[in-house]
Design a protein around this ligand. Structure first.
Ligand code: ASP
Ligand code: MG
Length: 418
């Protein structure tokens, strides 16, 4: 059986969904499970809605109306008015009405997951209905009964035994009856609340299903020809890799390559399932294959840019040396506030660390650290990671930039720049 994942960009409009059906038709005869993300930029819009609701802003309803208008605009182009999909989508959106009528729950992350998850619940309704309309028998599956997580909202930790048991109990039977269409990015807790797996987590969802079911392969359909050595939005003369090893792909995603969610590769590597990254506009193209045995000749260095970084330096209030005890307190606060370290360095008197800026988490972290330490920080920085670098590539990348922190190992160089 095959697992396909279509990201937001591939289902951002009616043409995208029509194209998705074309791609799926090429694979008729295979057992197929399809994982879908929220359409276009819906997740960002739902994040905005969540923020507005929690802050008590007036534009909550306006933001919500925009989101609904966008989805109904698309389904009006795809279906006759009598199609049940109109009611299914409306009923799914009602969940948000219920939430925003009430006072916000104490936990931001909990509320976030209950609202933001609606994006995938709606997109899968639409895609599943359209496959059926086009004669491809499909079944909509609520993933929250299959991917079981703990209750770490916004970063649900998958409970593999429970997940595997649920998937293997039902999905093979469902696949015999037709295509299974399900939500990326979502999970469910034992109390039946919705969790999300971290932004861009739909790839991970595809990988979980593939690993549990022993799929032949996973294909993620993208708006790029495959995995490139750098993001073409920021860099010129990019090249595509035909093949990558699992370990190189893990390194790339670890440093922030956004083409695949970082947690995706490991389950596939363990089960020796290849991951294909292919362009949805050209399903016959080879794309990039990520697999076990690859001879990598890195003709061009891999460049990974992470924006919106904070560089923080932490020192003891009594100006004593940074000790293991200090570090243990500092890391404790990072873990507690779910702030992941991208790069770090210790000197005699200070600990310097670079991480992604998430406002809520940052505020809490700062509050915690300020109780025991002197803290200084810079915002709006970029972290550039270069793998398989050449001298020339480093010179080119850093020309004209102020380097605030630099680190080099055999295969990897990192810079924090302004
Ligand atoms: N819709 C979610 C996001 O945009 C998950 C995904 O696209 O993979 O983060
Ligand atoms: Mg997305």
């Amino acid at each position: 059986m095959l697992v396909f994942k279509f990201g937001g960009a591939s289902v951002k409009d009616a043409e995208g969904i029509i194209n998705l059906v074309k791609v799926v038709k090429k694979f008729e005869g295979n057992q197929l499970l399809i994982v879908i993300s929220a359409m276009g930029k819906t997740t960002n819009a739902l994040e905005k809605l969540t923020r507005a609701y929690i802050n008590g802003d007036d534009d909550v309803h306006a933001v919500f109306e925009e989101i609904k208008k966008y989805h109904f605009g698309i389904i009006t182009q795809l279906f006759e008015p009598s199609n049940p999909v109109f009611d299914e989508v409306a009923n799914t959106f009602v969940e948000i009405d219920w939430i925003i009528e009430d006072e916000p729950h104490d936990s931001y992350d909990f509320t976030y997951d209950q609202i933001v998850s609606i994006g995938e619940l709606v997109s899968t309704r639409i895609v599943s209905a359209y496959l059926n309309k086009e004669g491809l028998k499909s079944q909509w599956l609520d993933v929250r009964g299959y991917i079981h997580t703990d209750n770490t909202y916004r970063e649900g930790i998958v409970q593999w035994d429970k997940t595997r048991a649920a998937i293997n109990r039902d999905i093979p039977g469902f696949l015999q009856k037709g295509i299974v269409v399900t939500q990326g990015f979502l999970g469910g807790t034992s109390e039946n609340f919705t969790t999300t797996l971290g932004r861009e987590g739909s790839d991970y969802t595809a990988s979980i299903f593939a690993a549990c079911l022993g799929a032949e392969s996973v294909t993620t359909w993208k708006d790029v020809p495959g995995i490139l050595n750098a993001d073409p939005k920021f860099f010129e003369d990019t090249v595509k890799f035909d093949e990558l090893s699992y370990s190189e792909a893990i390194e790339m995603t670890y440093y922030g390559a956004s083409v695949i969610h970082p947690k995706t590769i490991k389950p596939l590597q363990n089960a020796h399932i290849p991951l294909l990254v292919k362009p949805f506009t050209d399903p016959g193209a080879p794309g990039t294959v990520i697999k076990d045995e690859v001879i990598n000749k890195f003709l061009k260095p891999v460049i990974i840019l992470k924006q919106n970084q904070v560089l923080m330096s932490v020192s003891a209030k009594d100006y004593s040396f940074i000790s293991e005890n200090h570090l243990s307190t500092i890391f404790g606060l990072f873990a507690q506030n779910q702030v992941k370290v991208n790069m770090m360095q210790t000197s005699a008197l200070s600990f310097t660390v670079c991480f992604d800026f998430y406002e809520e988490r940052f505020k809490k972290l700062l509050l915690g650290l300020s109780a025991g330490f002197n803290v200084k920080y810079n915002e709006s920085l970029s972290l550039i990671t270069v793998r398989h670098h050449t001298k020339a590539s480093l010179n080119e990348l850093t020309a004209g930039k102020t380097i605030l922190l630099e680190q080099q190992s055999r295969n990897t160089v990192q810079f924090v720049v302004k």
